[in-house]
Design a protein around this ligand. Structure first.
Ligand SMILES: [Zn+2]
Ligand SMILES: [Zn+2]
Length: 369
C-alpha cells in the first residue's frame, strides 16, 4: 500500500482537487510509477464534466510520464528505474490486438474510458477504504504515483525531459498515427489538417515527415496557424474568414485535396472535408463530437473511391510508435516543445481553466514542483 496525492473529481462537473489516496501494491501485470509529468487532454475534461460515464469520485489522467518504482508479478517489459510513457491499454488477446491494432481492442471502451476498475472489478485506488474510479486508460496519472497496467506502459530512454514525453502518450500519437498508419499519403499528394490543437499540429508534423507536396493547416487562431507553418504547413487557411471546401479546392488547383485529418470533432467541418476531397481521397475522423452527432453525405460524392475513416489513438501499436516518437523528438525532427505550457501539479485547477480557454495548445502538469 502506498499513500499518494491524487487529483480527485468528486462528481460530474466538480473541479479537480488534490487529496491523499491509497494505492494497492502492484498486482499481476501491474507497475507502480512515480509520475513526473502528465498532459491534460480533452477526454479528461469530457469525463470530468460527466459526458462520459466514468465512475466518480475518481482519478483521471491519460498522458503520463514517469519512473518505474516497483513491478508486480509477471511484469517483464519494464524494471524499477526505467523511464516510461503511460498510454492507453488493451487486452492483448482479441483479434485486433493480435493483428497489431490494439487501439481497436474489443475491450477498449471499458478498459480505457468507462470501466474505472481492473477486469476483476477491483480498483487500485481507495480513499478511506472505499474504492475510487481508477485505471483510466490503464493508469489514472493525475496522481504523484500511479498503478499502471503493463500494457499501457512503454519504456523510453532516460535522456528526454518528462514534459516532452507525456504528450506522446495520446495527442502526438493520435495526430502522427492518423497520417502514418491510417491515411498513408503517397508521394506528391496533398493533405489538409483541420484543427491546430495538439493533435492537429502533431498531424502536421507527421505529414511533414512524409513526401506529401502540400500540407494545409486549417484553424481559427492566427498564432496557432503561424506555429503550424513553422512546424511544416505549406499553406494556412483561417476558417473564420474562408469557406473550407472552397479554400481547399483553390489551393489544390480545383482538383480537391487527397487527404483530410478532421481533428476538431465538428460535423460541418467533416462534411466540408468530404466535399473537398479529390477522387480516391480519404478523411481521417480524429475529433470526437458528443455521442449521437451525425453527418449527412451525398452518396454520389463517395462513389469515386472517396473514403471516411474513423481513427482512435492513431491506430497505434504504442510499443512500436512511442519509442519512434521519442527518437524523433531526441533528433529534433518532432518539435513537441513549442506546443507545451507547464504547470505545477498543485495548480491543476488553474491548468484546467487555461486549457478550457484554448490559450494553451498542450498543458502539461509537473510533479516535481
Ligand atoms: Zn487524449
Ligand atoms: Zn484486445
Amino acid at each position: 500500500m502506498t499513500t499518494t496525492q491524487a487529483a480527485v473529481v468528486e462528481s460530474p462537473g466538480a473541479p479537480f482537487t488534490l487529496q491523499d489516496v491509497e494505492l494497492d501494491s502492484p498486482r499481476q501485470g501491474e507497475v507502480l510509477v512515480r509520475m513526473e509529468a502528465a498532459g491534460i487532454c480533452h477526454t479528461d475534461l469530457t469525463v470530468a464534466a460527466g459526458l462520459i460515464p466514468f465512475p466518480l469520485p475518481g482519478v483521471l489522467g491519460h498522458e503520463g510520464a514517469g519512473v518505474v518504482e516497483e513491478v508486480g508479478p509477471g511484469v517483464t517489459k519494464v524494471s524499477p528505474g526505467d523511464h516510461v510513457v503511460l498510454t492507453f491499454t488493451s487486452c492483448g488477446t482479441c483479434v485486433s490486438c493480435k493483428l497489431g491494432h490494439p487501439a481497436y481492442c474489443t475491450t477498449w471502451i471499458p478498459q480505457n474510458l468507462v470501466g474505472g476498475k481492473r477486469p476483476d472489478g477491483t480498483s487500485p485506488i481507495t480513499r478511506d477504504g472505499k474504492p475510487l474510479g481508477g485505471r483510466f486508460f490503464g493508469q489514472s496519472s493525475f496522481s504523484r504515483h500511479a498503478i499502471a497496467d503493463q500494457r499501457s506502459v512503454v519504456k523510453v530512454g532516460d535522456d528526454l525531459p518528462f514534459e516532452l514525453l507525456a504528450p506522446l502518450a495520446c495527442s502526438v500519437q493520435t495526430g502522427t498515427g492518423a497520417v502514418w498508419n491510417t491515411l498513408r499519403p503517397e508521394p506528391g499528394s496533398s493533405i489538409a489538417v483541420v484543427g491546430t490543437g495538439a493533435v492537429g499540429l502533431a498531424a502536421i508534423m507527421g505529414a511533414a515527415l512524409t513526401p506529401v507536396s502540400e500540407i494545409i493547416a486549417v484553424g481559427r487562431r492566427q498564432d496557432q496557424l503561424e506555429l503550424a507553418a513553422k512546424l511544416g504547413a505549406t499553406h494556412t487557411v483561417d476558417s473564420t474568414q474562408a469557406d473550407l471546401a472552397t479554400a481547399l479546392r483553390e489551393i489544390t488547383g480545383g482538383a480537391g485535396v487527397d487527404y483530410v485529418v478532421e481533428a476538431v470533432g465538428n460535423p460541418d467541418v467533416l462534411r466540408a472535408g468530404i466535399d473537398a476531397l479529390a477522387p480516391r481521397g480519404a478523411v481521417a475522423v480524429v475529433g470526437a463530437p458528443p455521442y449521437g452527432v451525425e453527418v449527412s453525405v451525398d452518396v454520389h460524392r463517395l462513389l469515386p473511391g472517396r473514403r471516411i475513416l474513423g481513427v482512435c489513438e492513431g491506430d497505434s501499436d504504442p510499443d512500436r510508435l512511442i519509442p519512434l516518437l521519442a527518437r524523433l523528438v531526441r533528433a529534433g525532427r518532432l518539435l513537441v516543445q513549442p506546443l507545451i505550457r507547464e504547470y505545477p501539479f498543485a495548480d491543476i485547477a488553474a491548468a484546467v481553466e487555461a486549457f478550457k480557454s484554448g490559450q494553451n495548445i498542450k498543458t502539461v502538469l509537473r510533479f516535481d514542483t
